[in-house]
Design a protein around this ligand. Structure first.
Ligand code: MN
Length: 401
């Protein structure tokens, strides 16, 4: 591979339409591309993905190293830095991140991968997926138990089997690629691949320049509902000329000022999240004994019913091997019995929410609905509507004693 070969790249990262913050981070430079998708309570996900990107970004400066050895060293460094940050700050316990990175080195292109972000290559109009998702549903697909189409809509599709979490020596997937001029690479977080099909991605990558393709992919993810942060890096393999961009770009959480660390220091209930993750992870370890995997749950919430009242649960509405994947996060003072029939049905099936803030907004709306005066179906002329009897724990502020 010619030493003058390089990458012409475009990077986009968008918070999406439902999340409150961007926990994705990305880096692109003339010889390194990387995407990380962080997870953890509060801003911990942002810290984890930024630490991973910062660690891996150092590889840009060592173009003569073997790319796979360099990538492994970058992953090890990211693990160390995440472990150190957690040791410094309790609020960050339980954080983790995916990492998918491409590196030029010693005339070759190397790929490192952990988690469910993805790398694709478009060559001669054909799209190839270069990474294998480290997810519970991918293991089910590999075992022939479900189809890829079923995996796309499976309730446990967010459960990860491998993640950079600072806890132990990690075994990233490493591979060498035979990059050719004209190849176009895409790295993306699941905010794109979970919403936009591979066929559509192939169509977009097949047209225009890297900048235009990156813009279009993010636009499609947002049009698809934008349920998650969406990050894309599009890069063309080119013979490096005087006009080839060489200024690296960072995006998402990695681009945020160091203020993010200060925000992470805000008081949060960290221990609870940590215990929950450890408890669930321990149970999942048993459940996943057959697959040999250590399963990771992304932060995820849903609304349901607990003790006859509207409740917010953290985790996934379902079970693996008969073990529940959720824990009560908050119970609202809203008896389900006062809600309209359709709302009771939705709650009994579980109403998903991408984060705690979104779940709380849905709970607020349901509470407001419960409090709204509903006219009697047969009002008697000349009489005021009869107020419904006030339960001791009635949800509406006006009804409180
Ligand atoms: Mn994501």
């Amino acid at each position: 591979m010619s030493a003058s070969r390089g990458l012409r790249f475009a990077v986009r990262s968008d918070v999406g339409l439902l999340r409150e913050g961007n926990e994705d981070a990305a880096y692109a430079g003339p010889s390194l591309l990387a995407v990380a998708d962080g997870m953890g309570g509060h801003v911990a996900g942002e810290v984890a993905s930024r630490l991973a990107i910062e660690s891996i970004a150092g590889l840009e400066a060592a173009p003569d190293a073997d790319p796979l050895a360099a990538l492994q060293a970058g992953v090890d460094q990211a693990q160390d830095r995440i472990r150190e940050r957690i040791a410094e700050q309790d609020a960050l316990e339980g954080m983790g991140t995916t990492l998918t990175a491409l590196l030029w080195g010693d005339g070759q292109l190397g790929l490192a991968h952990i988690g469910d972000s993805r790398a694709y290559r478009l060559r001669d109009g054909e799209l190839a997926r270069l990474t294998h998702d480290h997810t519970y549903v991918q293991e089910l697909v590999d075992a022939g138990r479900i189809t890829p189409a079923e995996a796309d809509v499976h309730p446990q599709r967010s459960v990860l089997t491998r993640v950079l979490d600072g806890r132990s020596a990690l075994d990233p997937d490493l591979s060498r690629l035979d990059a050719r001029p004209g190849d176009r690479y895409l790295l993306c977080s699941d905010g794109l691949s979970g919403v936009v099909s591979d066929e559509t991605i192939a169509g977009v990558l097949g047209q225009g320049d890297a900048e235009g393709a990156a813009d279009r992919l993010v636009e499609l993810a947002l049009r698809g509902g934008g349920p998650d942060n969406v990050t894309v890096v599009v890069a063309d393999v080119v013979d490096r000329g005087p006009d080839t961009a060489t200024v690296p770009v960072v995006a998402g959480a990695a681009a945020a000022a160091a203020g993010a660390e200060d925000r992470a220091a805000e008081p949060v209930p960290p221990r609870r999240g940590r215990r929950w993750l450890l408890g669930i992870a321990a149970l999942l370890l048993l459940a996943a004994a057959g697959t040999g995997g250590w399963l990771w749950l992304r932060s995820q919430y849903f609304l349901g019913v607990d003790g006859g009242q509207v409740a917010i649960f953290r985790g996934l509405d379902g079970s693996v091997g008969g073990i529940r994947l959720s824990q009560l996060a908050e119970r609202r003072n809203v008896p389900v019995a006062v809600l309209p029939q359709y709302e009771r049905e939705r709650l009994s099936q579980g109403i998903p929410a991408p984060d705690l803030g979104a779940a709380q907004r849905i709970a607020d709306r349901i509470a407001t609905e419960a409090c709204a005066p509903r006219p009697s179906p047969h009002p008697l002329p000349g009489t005021a509507p009869t107020p419904s009897p006030s339960a001791p724990d009635a949800p509406c502020p006006a009804a409180q004693p």
